[in-house]
Design a protein around this ligand. Structure first.
Ligand code: UDP
Ligand code: MG
Length: 325
């Protein structure tokens, strides 16, 4: 049996305070593991010494790799790039601030060996995070779950293991504002969770100010739900209904006045406008969905075909489809 290669992808943005500890901790960890490891640091346009630290550490540890962005493109894009550069049989994505403990990786690998293609880390508790961050994350994940048709597990971040097959599918997805954890759920295959306790950030500040958190939340909603575009239809319907009911009750009660007529007309007109906007939203959502060019479906396996087919309709690369028969 050949030794499996595991890639660890770490997005890095101005983490020079903690990077030496992260590298040392990870190198100590991988030294005791039966698999081979490559550590891919994606420097997301840091303005400190982050990249230099990785380059220096590379002199000692040859399994370190660095992908350096020309500017700050954002956490999700850094992860996307890391997955594209990774060559491992499985890829683990984790934060560079050691909030995702490496000790969880063996449990993830165990599940992977049991046949799961996605093993995501589910947070049991968020140590050292603000009340605001915990509460907003809690409600956001639940709202997203209600708004979308795919199952995006709650209380999970980007700490997860994905199989090579899943990585190959993700490589075909070329969206402007990728919401990686949503895309991983969308891909499908066998997915499971490993529960872990999220640690406190050991050094430095969070690189996720409110502005970036809101952007991430909006990316999550807009890339997996077209509900906001259709909301006008609902408001319009409610207004028209309310106006008509109001007029009807006034008429029946026998005190319909000019004000009744005015309220009725106002509800009807604004309702009609909103309904029309909602219809526009519906068409827009179709154009939007089509413009994302997400593969229509993902094939996990084929049986009885001579040729190894493409895993998605738009890829040309050949994939290990685990052909049988
Ligand atoms: N990060 C990044 N680009 C950014 C912001 C953050 O690559 O624009 C990295 C950061 O260095 C860290 C990970 O993404 O490794 C998670 O960020 P952070 O720890 O600041 O987020 P939090 O844990 O506070 O949600
Ligand atoms: Mg963090």
């Amino acid at each position: 049996m050949t030794t499996k290669l595991i890639s660890i992808v770490l997005p890095v943005y101005n983490e020079h305070e903690i990077l030496p500890t992260t590298i040392q901790t990870l190198e100590d960890f991988v030294a005791g593991q039966p698999q081979d490891y490559e550590l891919i640091f994606v420097d997301d346009g840091s303005r400190d010494y982050s990249a230099t630290i990785v380059e220096h550490a590379r002199l000692k540890y040859h399994n370190l790799k660095l992908v350096q962005f020309s500017r700050n493109f954002g956490h999700q894009i850094a992860i996307t790039a890391g997955i594209r550069y990774a060559t491992g049989d499985a890829i683990v994505v984790m934060d560079a601030d050691l909030q995702d403990p490496p000790d969880v990786i063996p449990a993830m690998i165990k599940k992977w060996q049991d046949g799961y293609q996605v093993v995501y880390g589910k947070r049991r508790q968020r140590d050292g995070e603000t009340w605001f961050k915990k509460t907003s994350a809690h409600w956001f994940y639940r709202l997203l779950d209600k708004m979308t048709t795919i199952q995006i597990p709650t209380d999970t971040g980007d700490f997860r293991l994905i199989d090579r097959q899943v990585a190959e599918v993700l490589k075909t997805v070329n969206e402007d504002d990728p919401y990686v954890r949503g895309l991983v759920s969308w891909v499908g295959f066998r997915q499971t969770a490993v529960v872990y306790e999220r640690q406190e950030r050991l050094a430095g500040q969070s690189k996720y100010p409110l502005r970036k958190m809101v952007k991430l939340a909006l990316d999550g909603i807009t890339s997996f739900s077209t509900m906001p575009l259709k909301m006008a239809t609902w408001f319009g319907g409610v207004l028209v209904g309310f106006g008509s009911l109001f007029a009807l009750i006034s008429l029946l009660a026998g005190h319909a006045t000019n004000v009744t007529l005015l309220v009725f007309m106002m509800c009807l007109c604004s309702g009609a406008i909103l309904l029309t906007i909602g219809i526009l939203g519906d068409y827009l959502s179709r154009i939007f969905t089509a413009s994302r060019q997400r593969p229509l479906y993902v094939v996990a396996n084929t049986v009885g075909f001579k040729q190894t087919g493409a895993i998605t309709w738009q890829t040309t690369a050949h994939h290990d489809l685990r052909k049988r028969g």
